[in-house]
Design a binder for this molecule. Sequence first.
Ligand SMILES: CC(=O)/C=C/C=C(C)/C=C/C1=C(C)CCCC1(C)C
Ligand SMILES: CC(/C=C/C=O)=C\C=C\C=O
Ligand code: FE2
Length: 514
Amino acid sequence: MGLTIMNVATKPQTAVVPPSPEKDAPNDSKLAAWSSVRQERWQGELSVQGEIPLWLSGTYLRNGPGLWHIGDYGFRHLFDGYATLVRLHFEYGRVVMGHRQIESEAYKAAKKNKKLCYREFSEVPKPDNFLSCIGDLANLFSGASLTDNANTGVVTLGDGRVVCLTETIKGSIVIDPNTLDTIGKFEYSDSLGGLIHSAHPIVTESEFLTLLPDLINPGYLVVRMEPGTNERKIIGRVGCRGGPAPGWVHSFPVTEHYVVVPEMPLRYCPQNLLKAEPTPLYKFEWHPESKGFMHVMCKASGKIVASVEVPLFVTFHFINAYEEKDEDGRVTAVIADCCEHNADTTILEKLRLQNLRSFSGEDVLPDARVGRFRIPMDGSPFGKLDAALEPEEHGKGMDMCSINPAYLGKKYRYAYACGAQRPCNFPNTLTKIDLFEKKAKNWCNEGSVPSEPFFVARPGATEEDDGVVISMISDKNGEGYALLLDGSTFEEIARAKFPYGLPYGLHGCWVPKA
Ligand SMILES: CC(=O)/C=C/C=C(C)/C=C/C1=C(C)CCCC1(C)C
Ligand SMILES: CC(/C=C/C=O)=C\C=C\C=O
Ligand SMILES: [Fe+2]
């Protein structure tokens, strides 16, 4: 019995865009998390300490911004980096790691021209760069100058295709999960147009749901795509109730029958999209006067069945949502949980690379919590937002969450996320949240930065937390390893050291063994 994929370590190569010290952001920390990936690709078997369960068979893919340089020019913000895909292939208790840059147009153009050619999250090409790279000023308005750097997440569609995503629609890129080859653009065959979408579609075996914010006539299109097609069809539309523009929808939750559309007071700012210099909140603006709302749309009819004002909130990531029912089975409320930053936008600034690279021992990570929205379904105008458990349980840090996917849209008990052990400047623990007992179990290793804990259920499991949690760790010595925790006890069961530390990654997916 052998591994079904090549497991020969490729010789370390020199990155085509060579890392070099940033001029604008000195790196005081040894953590690999905030340094550009060392080389374009690598693959090899890792040696394992502990035991990888034999039932764990398949590939964990993780995407994220891993290269923040062009020559000796250093990018500003975590979200600017060119996408680095990492793969952990588990089979027969062994693990093969591979990483590779995604060959987006933006990455290829930067390599070829040795300069920034497309607009990234906070970086904008200088006019002469921009004109020489991709043409005339009209490109600014048509969206041609926007990046296709698919650096946020990766999803396995119901038909088996694996797609890397970011918030620009053109940044949807199909990859091969075995070789990490870039296969090509995911072209949507419909005529919905638009330039941006949620970075986190809801993907199941039977559908792909996402939100398309409408910046011209503020609102959101809720759309659905079936496996085997590239055509998004409109389920319905939500008009914004406040503000000059829709709220940022990095993610959104669903229940069994509804799509929940958040309208966050942190809103897109069309003027900022066109600016050459970054503004304090980049492409967004904080509009507390515009208020926050939660809308609930029926998936089957596209009708809006609830639309309530809620307290001000700031979130990137919804965790899950479900329907609350009375004794007669009538839905009385929708509960939606998220990683909520106490309505404080400063987290965006904290994710600048110079802040991440310069931890002085001061506790500078803003507090966050599991924010639980209660959206009444009886026509009441207001919804509630409270902490689902005492935030001290997870050190008042909370982001990068996952659940057992079998509980998507259903009443659930456990969430896995990154929390904080203070002082810190970034979430530095893994936390298992028990929403019934309102308790957390925490994993921490001083000076380390773990990436999003990803839950994989044991085949045949009947308990919600029967499975493993995978994370990748950057340690204080500049090294890194894959970590496996038991989903139930949250104790370490195995780790596998990388040949060198890898940059921080954002979100992942599971590709089951074919
Ligand atoms: C990595 C992550 O979480 C978010 C990335 C967001 C990106 C790359 C957003 C890019 C955008 C532009 C390049 C212009 C249009 C607005 C916006 C979607 C913010
Ligand atoms: C990494 C992060 C927030 C951490 C703060 O607690 C947010 C990432 C957002 C994009 O996926
Ligand atoms: Fe995200």
